[in-house]
Design a protein around this ligand. Structure first.
Ligand SMILES: [Zn+2]
Length: 210
Protein backbone atom coordinates (compact mmCIF):
# COMPACT_ATOMS: atom_id res chain seq x y z
CA UNK A 1 0.00 0.00 0.00
CA UNK A 2 2.86 2.31 0.69
CA UNK A 3 4.14 2.01 -2.85
CA UNK A 4 0.68 2.73 -4.16
CA UNK A 5 0.52 5.80 -1.93
CA UNK A 6 3.73 7.11 -3.41
CA UNK A 7 2.71 6.66 -7.01
CA UNK A 8 -0.88 7.77 -6.52
CA UNK A 9 -0.40 11.46 -6.56
CA UNK A 10 -3.31 13.82 -6.07
CA UNK A 11 -4.17 15.21 -9.50
CA UNK A 12 -4.11 18.77 -8.23
CA UNK A 13 -0.75 18.49 -6.50
CA UNK A 14 1.82 20.97 -7.70
CA UNK A 15 4.08 19.20 -10.22
CA UNK A 16 7.07 20.91 -8.66
CA UNK A 17 6.69 20.70 -4.87
CA UNK A 18 4.13 17.84 -4.93
CA UNK A 19 1.98 19.65 -2.37
CA UNK A 20 -1.70 20.50 -2.62
CA UNK A 21 -2.10 22.93 0.29
CA UNK A 22 -1.00 26.01 -1.54
CA UNK A 23 -2.57 25.15 -4.90
CA UNK A 24 -5.46 27.32 -5.99
CA UNK A 25 -7.66 27.62 -9.03
CA UNK A 26 -6.27 30.23 -11.42
CA UNK A 27 -9.64 32.06 -11.89
CA UNK A 28 -9.97 32.35 -8.09
CA UNK A 29 -6.48 33.81 -7.75
CA UNK A 30 -7.25 36.18 -10.59
CA UNK A 31 -10.49 37.40 -9.01
CA UNK A 32 -8.80 37.83 -5.63
CA UNK A 33 -6.41 40.28 -7.19
CA UNK A 34 -9.11 42.46 -8.65
CA UNK A 35 -10.44 45.33 -6.64
CA UNK A 36 -12.78 48.21 -7.18
CA UNK A 37 -11.98 51.42 -5.44
CA UNK A 38 -13.66 54.73 -4.89
CA UNK A 39 -11.89 57.58 -3.32
CA UNK A 40 -11.55 61.27 -3.06
CA UNK A 41 -8.46 63.33 -3.06
CA UNK A 42 -7.90 66.93 -2.31
CA UNK A 43 -4.93 69.15 -2.76
CA UNK A 44 -4.09 72.75 -2.19
CA UNK A 45 -1.78 74.54 -4.55
CA UNK A 46 -0.93 77.90 -5.93
CA UNK A 47 -2.35 78.73 -9.34
CA UNK A 48 -1.99 82.12 -10.92
CA UNK A 49 -0.94 83.72 -7.68
CA UNK A 50 -4.00 82.42 -5.82
CA UNK A 51 -4.25 79.52 -3.48
CA UNK A 52 -6.38 76.95 -5.22
CA UNK A 53 -8.09 74.05 -3.61
CA UNK A 54 -8.73 71.02 -5.73
CA UNK A 55 -11.05 68.19 -4.96
CA UNK A 56 -11.50 65.11 -7.07
CA UNK A 57 -13.52 61.94 -6.89
CA UNK A 58 -11.93 59.03 -8.56
CA UNK A 59 -12.70 55.39 -8.93
CA UNK A 60 -11.59 52.48 -10.94
CA UNK A 61 -10.41 48.94 -10.97
CA UNK A 62 -7.13 47.86 -9.50
CA UNK A 63 -5.37 44.71 -10.49
CA UNK A 64 -2.58 43.02 -8.60
CA UNK A 65 0.61 42.02 -10.34
CA UNK A 66 -0.25 38.36 -9.92
CA UNK A 67 -3.74 38.81 -11.37
CA UNK A 68 -2.28 40.73 -14.24
CA UNK A 69 0.21 37.93 -14.93
CA UNK A 70 -2.64 35.38 -14.84
CA UNK A 71 -5.04 37.45 -16.93
CA UNK A 72 -6.83 35.35 -19.58
CA UNK A 73 -6.75 38.16 -22.11
CA UNK A 74 -5.16 41.55 -22.66
CA UNK A 75 -7.31 44.51 -21.68
CA UNK A 76 -9.16 46.19 -24.54
CA UNK A 77 -7.50 49.32 -25.79
CA UNK A 78 -9.44 52.53 -26.09
CA UNK A 79 -9.97 53.28 -29.78
CA UNK A 80 -12.60 56.02 -29.89
CA UNK A 81 -10.21 58.89 -29.32
CA UNK A 82 -8.19 57.88 -32.39
CA UNK A 83 -11.28 58.20 -34.55
CA UNK A 84 -12.04 61.52 -32.87
CA UNK A 85 -8.52 62.74 -33.55
CA UNK A 86 -8.85 61.71 -37.17
CA UNK A 87 -12.20 63.50 -37.56
CA UNK A 88 -10.75 66.57 -35.90
CA UNK A 89 -8.57 67.16 -38.95
CA UNK A 90 -11.38 66.76 -41.51
CA UNK A 91 -12.75 70.35 -41.40
CA UNK A 92 -9.33 72.00 -41.93
CA UNK A 93 -8.57 69.44 -44.60
CA UNK A 94 -11.83 70.24 -46.42
CA UNK A 95 -11.06 73.94 -46.16
CA UNK A 96 -7.54 73.47 -47.53
CA UNK A 97 -8.84 71.35 -50.41
CA UNK A 98 -11.34 74.05 -51.28
CA UNK A 99 -8.66 76.72 -51.26
CA UNK A 100 -6.34 74.54 -53.34
CA UNK A 101 -9.11 73.87 -55.89
CA UNK A 102 -9.81 77.57 -56.14
CA UNK A 103 -6.15 78.39 -56.62
CA UNK A 104 -5.77 75.65 -59.24
CA UNK A 105 -8.77 76.94 -61.17
CA UNK A 106 -7.42 80.44 -61.34
CA UNK A 107 -3.77 79.49 -61.82
CA UNK A 108 -0.79 81.53 -60.76
CA UNK A 109 -0.83 85.04 -62.16
CA UNK A 110 2.96 85.07 -62.54
CA UNK A 111 3.66 81.47 -63.68
CA UNK A 112 4.75 81.42 -67.29
CA UNK A 113 6.90 78.34 -67.85
CA UNK A 114 5.76 74.76 -67.27
CA UNK A 115 8.20 74.47 -64.34
CA UNK A 116 6.72 77.54 -62.69
CA UNK A 117 3.22 76.18 -63.18
CA UNK A 118 4.29 72.82 -61.74
CA UNK A 119 5.86 74.50 -58.72
CA UNK A 120 2.71 76.50 -58.17
CA UNK A 121 0.55 73.37 -58.29
CA UNK A 122 2.90 71.61 -55.88
CA UNK A 123 2.76 74.51 -53.43
CA UNK A 124 -1.01 74.70 -53.74
CA UNK A 125 -1.52 71.10 -52.72
CA UNK A 126 1.12 71.04 -50.00
CA UNK A 127 -1.29 72.21 -47.31
CA UNK A 128 -4.08 69.75 -48.11
CA UNK A 129 -1.55 66.90 -48.00
CA UNK A 130 -0.24 68.26 -44.71
CA UNK A 131 -3.75 67.98 -43.21
CA UNK A 132 -4.47 64.68 -44.91
CA UNK A 133 -1.57 62.93 -43.15
CA UNK A 134 -2.96 63.05 -39.59
CA UNK A 135 -6.38 61.95 -40.87
CA UNK A 136 -4.84 58.90 -42.52
CA UNK A 137 -2.49 58.11 -39.61
CA UNK A 138 -5.13 58.38 -36.86
CA UNK A 139 -7.66 56.50 -38.95
CA UNK A 140 -5.13 53.72 -39.60
CA UNK A 141 -4.30 53.46 -35.90
CA UNK A 142 -8.03 53.39 -35.10
CA UNK A 143 -8.68 50.54 -37.54
CA UNK A 144 -5.70 48.54 -36.22
CA UNK A 145 -6.87 48.98 -32.63
CA UNK A 146 -10.45 47.98 -33.40
CA UNK A 147 -9.17 44.90 -35.23
CA UNK A 148 -6.97 44.00 -32.26
CA UNK A 149 -9.84 44.39 -29.79
CA UNK A 150 -12.13 42.33 -32.04
CA UNK A 151 -9.54 39.55 -32.33
CA UNK A 152 -9.13 39.43 -28.55
CA UNK A 153 -12.89 39.38 -28.01
CA UNK A 154 -13.38 36.61 -30.56
CA UNK A 155 -10.67 34.38 -29.08
CA UNK A 156 -11.56 34.92 -25.45
CA UNK A 157 -14.07 32.06 -24.97
CA UNK A 158 -11.50 29.47 -26.10
CA UNK A 159 -8.77 31.03 -23.97
CA UNK A 160 -11.00 31.23 -20.89
CA UNK A 161 -12.09 27.61 -21.32
CA UNK A 162 -8.45 26.58 -21.09
CA UNK A 163 -7.65 29.15 -18.41
CA UNK A 164 -10.40 27.61 -16.25
CA UNK A 165 -8.34 24.42 -16.10
CA UNK A 166 -5.25 26.14 -14.81
CA UNK A 167 -4.00 25.90 -11.24
CA UNK A 168 -1.54 28.05 -9.40
CA UNK A 169 0.93 26.97 -6.71
CA UNK A 170 1.53 29.79 -4.28
CA UNK A 171 4.58 28.06 -2.85
CA UNK A 172 6.37 27.78 -6.19
CA UNK A 173 4.85 30.83 -7.88
CA UNK A 174 3.99 28.93 -11.03
CA UNK A 175 0.91 27.61 -12.77
CA UNK A 176 0.14 24.24 -14.29
CA UNK A 177 -2.42 22.16 -16.10
CA UNK A 178 -3.12 18.88 -14.29
CA UNK A 179 -2.36 15.63 -16.06
CA UNK A 180 -5.41 14.68 -18.10
CA UNK A 181 -6.40 18.23 -19.06
CA UNK A 182 -8.39 17.75 -22.29
CA UNK A 183 -6.44 20.24 -24.31
CA UNK A 184 -3.22 20.15 -26.35
CA UNK A 185 -1.21 21.85 -23.62
CA UNK A 186 1.83 20.86 -21.54
CA UNK A 187 0.35 19.06 -18.51
CA UNK A 188 1.90 17.93 -15.26
CA UNK A 189 4.67 20.49 -15.35
CA UNK A 190 4.97 23.76 -13.55
CA UNK A 191 5.04 26.71 -15.94
CA UNK A 192 6.31 30.11 -15.05
CA UNK A 193 3.54 32.68 -15.33
CA UNK A 194 4.72 34.06 -18.66
CA UNK A 195 4.68 30.59 -20.22
CA UNK A 196 1.27 29.84 -18.72
CA UNK A 197 -0.15 33.05 -20.10
CA UNK A 198 1.37 32.34 -23.49
CA UNK A 199 -0.38 28.95 -23.61
CA UNK A 200 -3.73 30.51 -22.63
CA UNK A 201 -3.43 33.47 -24.99
CA UNK A 202 -2.34 31.16 -27.81
CA UNK A 203 -5.59 29.21 -27.34
CA UNK A 204 -7.39 32.50 -27.92
CA UNK A 205 -5.26 33.24 -30.96
CA UNK A 206 -3.91 36.48 -29.50
CA UNK A 207 -0.57 35.51 -28.02
CA UNK A 208 1.13 38.03 -30.31
CA UNK A 209 -1.08 40.87 -29.07
CA UNK A 210 0.30 43.23 -26.49
ZN1 LIG B 1 4.52 24.02 -5.78
Amino acid sequence: MEAAGQTLQAPLACPHCRQVERVQHVPAIYRNGLGVYHGTSSAAGVAGGHVAYGYAVHGGVTISGLSSALSPAPAPRKAGWLLGASLFFIPPLALMVRIALNMTRHGSPSAVTAAQKGGYAFGTWLMPVFFLLPVVLFLGAFVRRVRRNTAVLRGQPAAIALWNQGWYCDRCGGAFFPVGTPAPVPTGQLLHLGAFRHVVWSAGGYAHVS
